[in-house]
Design a protein. Structure first.
Length: 276
């Protein structure tokens, strides 16, 4: 299986790059290339964890992001601004020229907070560009490849904020609702070609993004308990998710273990949305 992920996705496998063991094939991994083109935390958090897990499973991973500040990564890296449609087209063409693509994981994400009337045009456009338009650019560039090979999987990192409204998150919620519908529509178009498309929608997850919003343990505890003044339920499992828990779900949906699952949005939030 090959996957491309924007910030939190992973396995874009290219044909002819590296032989796989029988164990790797049983796990549904086939020469993946990882596109971690995340604008906020492509080199850490969920995206980094997903890439790391695919590497551990034997995948060949290529990370795509605006920047890679560390000196060394366990996977190849390419710089990409997924908000630039021409750059996305060129990057996808270059990757496909190297071989085949089996899996695309869309994981790039940004968050802009504030009451609706205080959000700037840039706040709105940033969320829409990274969280939705960038996914569209990647899909538009790669769907013909998926149709041609008549197999593959797409996993988009959504959010439980697309399932329930959240105060001070108008731009983010709208962008995640848009990418949810986009992914499912593309999944419907690709189903006759044997290609699956699903979403993983995390709730509160222990990432740098969340720690920036909740800098103290007290703030974290309040989020877990619930914020009635914001009409926000707590987390029934009494903890936030770890990036590994989200990555496990992505890996599952990208693998052959999920071979008859498509058009689904798997919410991984400890029960916070009460299956809404």
């Amino acid at each position: 299986m090959s996957v491309v992920e924007t910030l939190a996705g992973l396995d874009l496998a290219f044909e002819g790059l590296k032989p796989l063991s029988d164990k790797q094939r049983r796990a549904g991994i086939e020469r993946p290339v990882f596109d971690a083109s995340g604008h906020f935390q492509g080199y850490r958090g969920i995206g980094r964890e997903v890439a790391t897990q695919f590497v551990a499973a034997g995948a060949i991973v290529v990370g795509l992001d605006l920047a890679f500040p560390e000196a060394d990564y366990p996977y190849a890296t390419r710089l990409l601004d997924i908000g630039d449609s021409k750059a996305v087209n060129a990057c996808c063409a270059a990757l496909l020229a190297d071989g085949g693509l089996d899996v695309l994981v869309n994981g790039a994400g940004v968050l802009r907070l504030g009451p609706t009337e205080t959000l700037s045009d840039d706040d709105w456009h940033d969320c829409m560009t990274v969280n939705a338009s960038g996914v569209f650019y990647l899909l538009r560039a790669l769907v013909p490849h998926f149709k041609g090979q008549r197999r593959g999987a797409i996993v988009t990192i959504g959010s439980n904020a697309a399932h329930v409204p959240r105060m001070q998150m108008a731009a983010y919620c709208a962008s995640k609702a848009a990418v949810t519908s986009l992914t499912q529509t593309v999944g419907l178009e690709l189903a006759p070609f044997g290609v699956r498309a699903n979403l993983v929608s995390p709730g509160s997850t222990d990432t740098p993004m969340l720690r920036g919003m909740l800098p103290s343990e007290e703030a974290m505890a309040r989020t877990i308990a619930g914020l009635p003044e914001q009409f926000k339920l707590g987390i029934p499992l009494r903890k936030v998710a770890t990036p590994a828990e989200i990555a496990h779900t992505v890996l599952f949906l990208a693998s052959d273990l999920a071979s008859h699952i498509t058009l689904q949005d798997l919410v991984v939030d400890g029960g916070a949305t009460l299956s809404a």
